[in-house]
Design a protein around this ligand. Structure first.
Ligand SMILES: C[S@@+](CC[C@H](N)C(=O)[O-])C[C@H]1O[C@@H](n2cnc3c(N)ncnc32)[C@H](O)[C@@H]1O
Length: 235
C-alpha cells in the first residue's frame, strides 16, 4: 500500500493494525503525496449541486489535513473530520493558523476551532454518538485509499453512521481498464455499484478522462484514468 493510493482498483492488501501503523509512519515521514496543496476544484464545482444549507454539518472521513475542510467551513458549514494520525491533525490546525482546543470523546481526541473539528482516532471505532448528527459526507481519496477487501467495511460503517436524509459527495480516480468500452469507462464503476447499491442510490455526476504518468515509474507510458464525481443518497 502506498500513501498516494487513491485509485479504485490499485490496492489489494489486508487492512490490519499494520496498515494503521503504515499510515502513521507515512505521516511521520511526510510521505503524503495524496495531500493536495489546493482545494479540489471538483469539490468547488459540484458541492453546490447537493444544495446543502449553509449551516449544515459535513462529515469528512479519513480527512488527512485536507484543505477541502477549510473551504467547506468557509461556505458556512460545520465540519467534522476523522483522521488516524495526530501528525495530520496537528498539521491541519497549525498550517492554517488555527488554535484548536482538545478534549476526549469516547476513544477519540476531538480537536476543535470554531466550526472545524477533527476526531483523531480509528474511523472503524467511531460510533454515532461520537460523531453526532451530520447532513452531508465528503469523501475524496478516503474509500479508495483503503485496500479493496476493506472497502465493504468502510461503507457498512458509513451506513451505520449516516442519517437517512444525508447526501454523499464521493470523488474517485479510477484506473481505466485497457479493454473497457467507452460506456463502461464513462459509467458507474462496478465496485462502487456493488459497495453502495444495497442501501444507496448512486448518481454519476461527472467523468473526466486523463492520461497520467505513474509518478513511481515515469518511464512507463501514460495510463488513462477516470476522475469521477458521484452523488449518493440513502434510498
Ligand atoms: C489517501 S489519504 C486521504 C486524505 C484526505 N481525504 C485528502 O483528500 O487529502 C487517507 C487518510 O486516511 C487516514 N486513515 C487511514 N486509515 C484510517 C482509519 N482507520 N481511521 C481514520 N483515518 C484513517 C490516513 O492517515 C490518511 O490521512
Amino acid at each position: 500500500m502506498t500513501p498516494d493510493s487513491s485509485k479504485v482498483s490499485s490496492i489489494g492488501a489486508v487492512l490490519t493494525n499494520q496498515d494503521d501503523r503504515l499510515w502513521l509512519e507515512f505521516w511521520l515521514a511526510q510521505r503524503t503525496d495524496f495531500h493536495q496543496s489546493l482545494v479540489n476544484p471538483l469539490l468547488c464545482r459540484f458541492w453546490p449541486s447537493l444544495e446543502s444549507t449553509r449551516s449544515s454539518r459535513v462529515f469528512v472521513p479519513l480527512c488527512g489535513k485536507s484543505l477541502d475542510m477549510l473551504w467547506l467551513s468557509q461556505q458556512g458549514h460545520e465540519v467534522i473530520g476523522v483522521e488516524l494520525s495526530p501528525v495530520a491533525v496537528e498539521g491541519f490546525f497549525r498550517e492554517n493558523g488555527l488554535h484548536p482546543v482538545q478534549r476526549q470523546v469516547g476513544q477519540f481526541t476531538l480537536w476543535n476551532d470554531g466550526n472545524l473539528s477533527i476526531l483523531c482516532g480509528d474511523y472503524f471505532a467511531l460510533t454515532a454518538e461520537d460523531i453526532g448528527h451530520f447532513d452531508t459526507v465528503y469523501d475524496r481519496a478516503s474509500l479508495t485509499a483503503l485496500p479493496e477487501n476493506i472497502r465493504g467495511r468502510y461503507v457498512e460503517q458509513l451506513s451505520r453512521l449516516v442519517p437517512n436524509t444525508a447526501k454523499i459527495l464521493l470523488l474517485t480516480i479510477e484506473d481505466a481498464a485497457e479493454d473497457a468500452t467507452v460506456a463502461q469507462a464513462n459509467g458507474i464503476d462496478a465496485e462502487i455499484t456493488s459497495l453502495f447499491t444495497s442501501k444507496f442510490d448512486i448518481d454519476l455526476a461527472y467523468v473526466e478522462s486523463v492520461f497520467e504518468l505513474d509518478p513511481e515509474s515515469p518511464q512507463l507510458p501514460a495510463k488513462r484514468a477516470e476522475y469521477k464525481v458521484y452523488r449518493i443518497c440513502v434510498r
